[in-house]
Design a protein around this ligand. Structure first.
Ligand code: SAM
Length: 232
């Protein structure tokens, strides 16, 4: 890895193990005090998760319980936990131990420890093979020149399907970011990167995947383009 990537990663790891953990653990909870911006982000992020669950539900429970699911950069388990509740076997991980441990605690509280396992891992260190690999709202921590490598690595461990989301690089969101209105949370302490849809689709295609379903979620402070891609 280049020094740029190492710097970004160690900063991100440090952030999500400390103040980022406190901030995002609150945002990614159903209750707990949050300010108006954080509430908006909580709502937007919840919509992204719901859109994935809607895809999963429309595919039917069988396809979920038959396969394995890897959630890379799982945070506090906002996607992994409802997937496990639906019968999926989920292997989830996060670069920040504090986030992965909180996810593990939440899953255990719900009696899901058999279905969902959580560990601390940088997503480039993930290995094995899974029917589906998801990586939700993690790309914001990847500079554009590292994005295709990340998608390629995840593609290498996904047998059938990749589900990715990212903050889209459009003139509108670029302008918002410049004025500090986009991702006011993470951008204060870690760098925040937008990605063009074209570049993400190219990376998916190079990894052998073609888009099958897409969604877009935009609230006042949260923007996320969601792409499901299947192996060609
Ligand atoms: N995917 C989760 C969700 O949607 O609820 C969490 C999203 S949160 C904005 C970003 C997460 O990505 C953080 O928990 C962070 O620690 C993790 N992360 C960032 N870079 C990572 C990397 N290189 N490998 C693994 N996890 C990473």
């Amino acid at each position: 890895a280049s020094p740029v990537c190492v710097d970004d990663k160690s900063e991100v790891e440090e952030y999500f193990n400390n103040e980022g953990f406190n901030r995002w653990n609150r945002i990614y909870s159903e209750d707990g005090e949050v300010n108006a911006v954080q509430l908006d982000i909580r709502t937007g992020h919840g919509q992204t998760v719901d859109k994935i669950l809607k895809w999963v539900d429309s595919d039917g429970r069988e396809s979920l319980s038959d396969g394995t699911w890897c959630d890379a950069g799982c945070g506090v388990g906002s996607l992994a936990i409802p997937l496990a509740q639906r019968g999926a076997t989920v292997v989830a991980s996060d670069i920040a131990g504090a986030m992965a441990s909180e996810a593990e605690r939440r899953a255990a509280d719900l009696g899901l420890s058999e279905r969902a396992s959580f560990s601390t891992s940088d997503l480039e260190s993930l290995s094995g093979e899974y029917d589906t690999v998801s990586c939700i709202d993690v790309m914001i921590h990847y500079p554009p020149e590292k994005m295709a490598g990340m998608v390629g690595h995840l593609g290498g461990i996904a047998k059938e399907r990749l589900i990715l989301s990212f903050a889209p690089d459009t003139w509108y969101y670029r302008a918002l970011k410049r004025f500090g209105e986009l991702f006011p949370g993470p951008s204060k302490t870690t760098r925040a990167y937008l990605h063009t849809e074209e570049a993400v689709l190219k990376a998916l295609s190079e990894a052998g995947f073609a888009p099958s379903r897409t969604e877009m979620t935009g609230t006042n402070f949260y923007f996320s383009r969601l792409i499901e891609a299947v192996r060609q």
